[in-house]
Design a protein around this ligand. Sequence first.
Ligand SMILES: *Cc1c(COP(=O)(O)O)cnc(C)c1O
Length: 378
Amino acid sequence: MKFETLAIHAGQEPDPNNGAVMTPVYFTSTYMQDGIGRPRQGYEYSRTLNPTRKALQDCLAELESGTFGLAFASGMAATDTVLRMLASGDHVVAGNDVYGGTFRLFDKILRRFGLDFTFADTTDPENLAEALTPSTRIVWLETPTNPLLAVTDIRAVAEMVKNHASKPLLVVDNTFATPYLQRPLELGADLVVHSTTKYLGGHSDVVGGAIVGKDKEVGEKLAYLQNAIGGIQGPMDSFLVLRGIKTLPIRMDRHAQNAEKIAAFLDKQKNVKRLIYPFHESHPQVQIAKRQMKNGGGMISFVMKGGKDAAVKAAESTKIFTLAESLGGVESLIEVPAAMTHLSVAGSALEVDPGLVRLSVGIENVDDLIADIEQALR
Ligand SMILES: *Cc1c(COP(=O)(O)O)cnc(C)c1O
């Protein structure tokens, strides 16, 4: 089946008890057993597994071309669970432009447990190779990155990683692209991580995360950790993500259509110093982006000529674009990363330009959106 069909049906069947077409929200913590050690349908306790979460997990696995999916309470809970596969002394190489919360978890928290991190420019696989050591267990990529929308050639990095003696796992945070635009596992990655809070949920009404992978043994390890640590997605939130995913393809097409027009508009504005959009001809990795992504996605970043003051003024002047953190919902959002989402990287090598503005382009009418940006820039 094609992606659009899987987005609606994968992991889901009419309820066997009553034919309910949409997967019910199974608000239950426990399940009747027919005898000791003989649970009815494999369900024993809802931290371990719940039918609504299972439907979401199976759907995510198919959409990412994986063999297993695991759903978590947030993107950070999913990220943390991946890192719990490691032990003190292990080394991780991560992109130098990863999500601020990912950087904070790695640098401020997991270092305390004896993990070692190197942050490197992943857009250049050779430069990345130099950061690997005999103890490297994970290479962590984001593409496109947040907020600079840098694009990394996943296939090239996967090949480099496979040839390295320490055989690290390649993990790709696919939040910005979603499996509709890009499927890292098909390009050689071992695991995909998501903040389903963003495009997969798609309606700014739920916080969630996911891990998807191919290798059965790694899947068993991660399912063990998911149950042992307990950062699971609850049934109501699983339902919301599952529902959001059904419209992912049509939403992503509209997000990108709108974003392309807005990028073209921003490119012509005198008070915009630099436009960043993966499918725009000015993007340094536009060729790689066009090869590995179906469209350019809904995120745009740009640097204001007037620096921080101009960025703050613009972000506070829009009427349809809501000033808010997060991204990926049907409604358009605007923010200034240096002062909002990326405060945790201030003073580090990951610090972003204070004049940078980030747009999450929604699926409203694009003429309304352009008029809004026009008046805000004025
Ligand atoms: C939001 C985000 C996360 C964190 O996810 P939460 O659901 O907020 O915990 C991780 N990676 C990327 C790229 C994100 O945008």
